[in-house]
Design a protein around this ligand. Structure first.
Ligand SMILES: Nc1nc2c(ncn2[C@@H]2O[C@H](COP(=O)(O)OP(=O)(O)OP(=O)(O)O)[C@@H](O)[C@H]2O)c(=O)[nH]1
Length: 658
């Protein structure tokens, strides 16, 4: 399996090489080369891992992680923490003139490469989240490609190029082939952990995609609104200026003679100072001759004295309107006498209802107008185009990369419609682009990973716990069996198995236990001619008779507070503490009679009988041998005297030993 994995992994070098040499297009941009380089190093690290060079592989992965983590931080950290300019400045440290955008791998590719790096150093172990990391890497690469194919020109680069993605896909295939046998071993806990965490991953991807689109749309709207506001503000400004110049024209109605150059300059200077885009403010006499200009600059003085009807046919209609129709006349964008394009406003100076003193010409120079307009916008970060009907009148292009968005603003320059196109720089838009979609993505994926680890760990622990519990159950059963056996062995050591009565040993212990109690009586009971039972009716009947006798004896003796035991063979004994000789004799006789009444018969119909010897220790220390011998003697006498009787030994007083 690892040979197949190594083969598949090495195949990743094919697209890597094709990408690096730029097959199928121009030389790839730097960020694509960086991505290919990082993917190549990771491929190398994975091959080293497969061939046993683990520490070397880990070293390579650490090297790769550094730029990847920096790139990820640049995507996620807010602008007010680290500005894009700071990132660019750091990039300048690597190579002169290099910006962050130039080398930074695409967002989703960066994440995929980080996941691949983790997969390599953790050997894709399922306990460390291998399967989830792998599927996340695949989903991120696929999502990146979909994103790149879908929305045309996204602001934030999310996907790497074709070759990088292909090599990443082959590397991921190699990784999964290498890890598959290990994963199969843990299929059950793996499935339980994988399903919920994968669901979370998918939800996070959807949320990220939605947030990304919303933030980009919002930013687009904001910039478009700013461009519109700029246009409106400028239009208003020009309108205000026009109104001011109308007032200026009205001033001259108070005079009944054309203004002197001195008067003209004095009055016009105030207006011209405020309206920087005015090329000049001129006085046109009723003959359409320019007789006064302000400011008296060289190009303005050159046109002094020119008769507009002749010199400027494009503006003839506008000037006639002011001079002869006593209405404001305005030109379209025309070529001015000063040699630059511009717009002229003619404002009549009325003497009475039919006569005019002349007209005020308010000459707007287009280059100056564009300059004034453009000066209101940051020249570093905006491309600007001033146009009319598709014809570019003025433009300014900064030397930074411009964003794919262009915003239009309509301008009304004193009645002349112009179009201002504003195109912000890519960097400026990225500065303003909110980071929360990326933060959502990173946080969500991390949470999904943690969820996997928790669920996987929990499932494994639960399984181990179950195993331990089963083993415990078996052990407990074993212990129970052994202790039952032990109890049985202990019971057997002190009891007779056939009659279930205490045996000789327990009887002796009972005697010892009652050693100080006086009087202490002992009976010994022997079945008469028991051998015949065995011989004629078989051992089983003999056994049954013994059991029966045991029951009779036990009930009787235990009711008197004594202990009835099987002494051996067909012999039974009783220990009767605090029972004197008379009472002992009574008890023994009761036992004899009860046996007789039990109607246990010999083969010939005779009843089963027993002979009993009784002894009572009245005083002195307990001497078991002496007592038993005395009881045995009494029994012997009972047998000798014809059986089925009770015989008592004389009351026993054992002398204290010196
Ligand atoms: N069925 C059975 N027989 C037993 C058991 N223990 C001892 N015996 C028999 O008990 C008989 C005892 O016989 P003996 O000691 O000769 O005494 P007896 O026949 O009872 O005659 P006396 O005691 O002299 O009246 C023997 O045949 C033993 O085999 C037992 O547990 N079961």
């Amino acid at each position: 399996m690892s040979r197949h994995a190594a083969l598949l992994t090495s195949l990743a070098f094919v697209p890597l090489t094709l990408g690096l040499v730029g097959v199928g297009g121009d030389q790839p941009p730097l960020h694509e080369l960086v991505t290919l380089g990082l993917a190549g190093l990771l491929t190398l690290a994975q091959l080293m891992m497969l061939l046993g060079g683990r520490s070397l592989a880990k070293g390579v992965v650490s090297v790769v992680m550094l730029p990847l983590l920096l790139a990820l931080a640049s995507y996620a950290l807010p602008e007010y923490w680290v500005t894009l300019e700071s990132w660019d400045a750091m990039s300048h440290g690597l190579a002169k003139g290099m910006t962050l955008e130039a080398w930074r791998p695409a967002l989703l590719t960066t994440l995929s490469l980080i996941l691949v790096a983790v997969l390599i150093v953790t050997h894709s172990q399922s306990t460390l989240g291998g399967p989830l990391l792998l599927i996340m890497a695949v989903l991120l690469s696929a999502q990146g490609l979909l994103d790149a194919a879908g929305s045309g020109a996204p602001l934030l680069r999310t996907a790497a190029g074709l070759w990088s993605t292909l090599s990443l896909a082959l590397l991921l295939t190699g990784l999964s082939v290498a890890a598959l046998p290990g994963w199969r071993l843990h299929a059950a806990p793996l499935r339980r952990a994988l399903v919920p965490s994968l669901t979370l991953v998918l939800a996070v991807l959807l949320l990220w995609y939605h947030q990304k689109n919303v933030t980009e749309r919002e930013l687009h709207g904001t910039v478009a609104a700013e461009a519109r506001q700029l246009g409106q503000r400028f239009t208003r400004e020009v309108q205000d200026h026009l109104t001011a110049v109308e007032r200026f024209a009205n001033v001259w109605t108070l005079f009944d003679a054309p203004p002197s150059q001195e008067e003209w300059s004095r009055q016009a200077t105030l207006y011209h100072r405020d309206f920087r885009y005015l090329l000049n403010i001129a006085f046109v006499d009723p003959e359409s001759r320019l007789t006064r200009v302000y400011p008296p600059s060289e190009i303005n003085l050159q046109v002094l004295g020119a008769r507009l009807f002749d010199a400027q046919p494009a503006g003839r209609e506008a000037v006639s309107r002011a001079l002869f129709e006593q209405r404001i006349g305005r030109t379209d964008v025309i070529m001015l006498l000063q040699g630059v394009p511009g717009i002229i406003h003619y404002l009549p100076i009325l003497l009475d209802e039919r006569r005019t003193l002349g007209a005020v010409a308010m000459v707007i120079g287009l280059p100056m107008l564009a300059e004034t307009l453009f000066s209101e916008v940051d020249s570093q970060h905006f491309g600007l185009v001033l146009s009319q009907g598709g014809q570019v009148l003025a433009s300014r292009t900064p030397d930074t990369r411009l964003a794919p968005w262009q915003h239009q603003a309509q301008l009304d320059v004193a009645g002349t419609p112009l179009l201002l196109s504003v195109q912000p720089s890519h960097a400026r838009l990225l500065q303003r682009l909110p980071r929360h979609p990326v933060v959502t993505l990173i946080t969500g994926l991390t949470l999904a990973y943690l969820l996997y680890l928790v669920l996987h760990g929990y499932t494994r622990l639960a399984r181990q716990h179950r195993r331990v519990r089963d083993t415990n159950r078996v052990l407990r059963r074993e212990i129970r069996m052994r202790s039952q056996l032990q109890e049985e062995v202990e019971w057997l050591a002190r009891h007779d198995e056939l009659t279930r009565l205490p045996n000789r040993r327990l009887f002796m212990e009972a005697l010892e236990a009652n050693a100080v109690l006086r009087p202490l009586s002992v009976l010994i009971c022997d079945v008469d001619h028991f051998k015949r039972i065995n011989d004629h009716q078989g051992h089983l009947v003999g056994d049954r008779y013994l059991v029966h006798l045991g029951q009779i004896g036990r009930e009787l003796i235990e009711s008197t507070g004594g202990l009835f035991a099987r002494y051996g063979g067909e012999e039974f004994v009783a220990c009767l503490p605090r029972v004197d000789a008379v009472r002992a004799l009574e008890i023994a006789d009761t036992l004899r009679r009860q046996l007789l009444d039990a109607e246990l018969q010999h083969h010939d119909g005779q009843r089963l009988t027993a002979s009993i010897g009784v002894v009572t220790l009245v005083d002195g220390p307990l001497d078991v041998a002496v007592i038993m011998q005395a009881a045995d003697d009494a029994l012997y006498r009972a047998k000798a005297e014809g059986r089925n009787r009770v015989k008592a030994a004389p009351p026993l007083v054992i002398a204290e030993r010196a």
